[in-house]
Design a protein. Sequence first.
Length: 102
Amino acid sequence: MFKGGCGCGIIAGVLLAVATGAGVWYFFYCRNNPDDADQQFQQVEKGWENVKDGGDKTLHFVKENFTGKKSVKEDAPGEVPATAPVLPPHPEDRVQNSKQSF
């Protein structure tokens, strides 16, 4: 057998026990104090939104720097962006539309 064990299993067990105990305590705390729990969950949701936004910005930055392509927000299908210029119809489009029978 190996004589010089590092005790990683003991450390992991203690950390797991502390995390489990904290989870159980928080579960019962949230059940007894729903108003405080709601505030806590709102803070967690706000923090998660910040993490997601930061991650998205990082991914777009990395994509632009490694591929050279800029990320463009995709609009909903059929939706015209507010900054799109209005162009007159092409003359060939008028000819094709007049030849179509409905």
